[in-house]
Design a protein around this ligand. Structure first.
Ligand code: HEM
Length: 353
């Protein structure tokens, strides 16, 4: 048995002996109810089952008082009475238990896993989690549709969110990406318009592609993303047959303070697969939870789900828009692969829980 849950977690994912700072102490694998240490202890089997079980003999009220009977109210002559605090608290709790939906990306699901550094990139980046071959960092990846509601079919036409949280020794590193390498607008002030153009028409509460075409017609830089939206990239086969892109240009800084610009590409090792419009429409009716179910089933079946991360690297002196012919920090643009190859294999993300 390991001395500390964080160390035990490292052992569980096979990274014994590497720098323990790569395992963040404060918010590792945080569950809804468990603190990080407890969750890590469960996952690694140090304490309790690896999966959460309902191990309680009784329900309690919000104040921790055991329910005398969770299925029957207190009654007088068969009539429930207003003095039954458990009855009232159960009803109140239920009535208010639905969270306000996120404005975007409400419909999604994800998995824990790890990120393995397999190539020495210390010449480019001093980040702790990239500093040794074989170093494994816990990650959580969440996939989502963007503008469709939480209960909307999750294989409907939409971009897909691809968000990775790395629990590194230096703090959490978040990449919020998409399955498109580009976004719909260049100027962030147009962000809300992009989202609203894909939302329901307030006149009749119906989805209305006219508003998206209206935006695209007036925002030429958004047409690359628009083409992807209306191609089969808009209807991928579940969450896992998707590549993920960081979209934005990131900066890597090495220990000497020298920096490069990079773009992240997470390429699905099991291939990129998409539905046709007809298949997605039919399946939306047959299984509106297709993407969530596909990921869940694959993990429960023990299938390995992996992406390989690549980066494109641009030296600062190459980042001159006049020479390039485009602005390398414009999120509506991709970097040409002929000039900035997507060939640098650096690590793998495996999802196991
Ligand atoms: C101005 C443009 C944008 C606006 C206004 C915007 C707004 C938002 C908001 C409000 C959320 C929900 C936060 C929450 O409730 O927790 C969100 C989540 C997200 N955004 Fe954006 N966003 C924009 C651009 C982008 C871009 C360019 C990308 C891709 C690089 C992106 C990727 C994501 C992802 C993946 C999530 C979900 C993260 C998760 O799964 O938890 N967004 N965005």
């Amino acid at each position: 048995m390991a001395a500390h849950p964080v160390q035990a977690l490292g052992e569980a994912i096979g990274s014994v002996g590497v720098d323990p700072r790569a395992y963040q102490l404060s918010s590792l694998f945080q569950g809804a109810n468990d603190g990080p240490a407890k969750t890590a202890a469960k996952i690694t089997g140090v304490r309790g089952p690896g999966k959460r079980v309902d191990d309680s003999n009784y329900f309690t009220s919000n104040e921790g008082i055991p329910f005398p009977d969770g299925a029957h109210s207190k009654t007088i002559g068969g009539m429930p009475v207003a003095s039954d605090i458990h009855l009232f608290q159960k009803q109140q709790h239920f009535n208010r238990s639905k969270n306000l939906e996120r404005m975007v990306h409400p419909c999604g699901s994800g998995a824990f896993g790890y990120f393995e550094t397999t190539k020495d990139v210390t010449a480019y980046c001093k980040a702790d989690f990239l500093k040794g071959i074989g170093l494994k960092t816990p990650v959580f990846t969440r996939f989502s549709t963007v503008t469709l509601g939480r209960e909307f079919p999750d294989l409907a036409r939409n971009p897909r969110g691809f968000a990775i949280k790395f629990y590194t020794g230096e703090g959490n590193y978040d990449i919020v990406g998409l399955n498109f390498p580009v976004f719909f607008c260049r100027d962030p002030i147009q962000g809300p318009d992009v989202i609203r153009s894909q939302y329901r028409n307030p006149q009749n509460f119906l989805l209305d592609h006219n508003s998206l075409f209206d935006l695209l017609a007036n925002t030429p830089e958004g047409n690359h993303a628009g083409m992807m939206f209306f191609s089969d990239h808009g209807t991928p086969q579940g969450w896992r047959h998707n590549h993920g892109y960081g979209c934005h240009t990131f900066k890597w800084v090495n220990k000497d303070g020298k920096f490069v610009y990079i773009k992240y590409h997470f390429l699905a090792n099991h291939g990129q697969k998409q539905f046709t419009a007809d298949e997605a429409t039919r399946l939306s009716g047959e299984d509106p939870d297709y993407s969530k179910r596909d990921l869940w089933r694959a993990i429960e079946n023990g299938e390995e789900i992996t992406w390989t991360a690549h980066v494109q690297i641009m030296q600062p002196e190459e980042a001159d828009p006049d020479n390039l012919g485009f602005d390398p920090f414009d999120v509506t643009k991709v970097w040409p692969k002929s000039k900035f190859p997507v060939s640098i294999f650096i690590y793998q993300c495996r999802h196991f829980a």
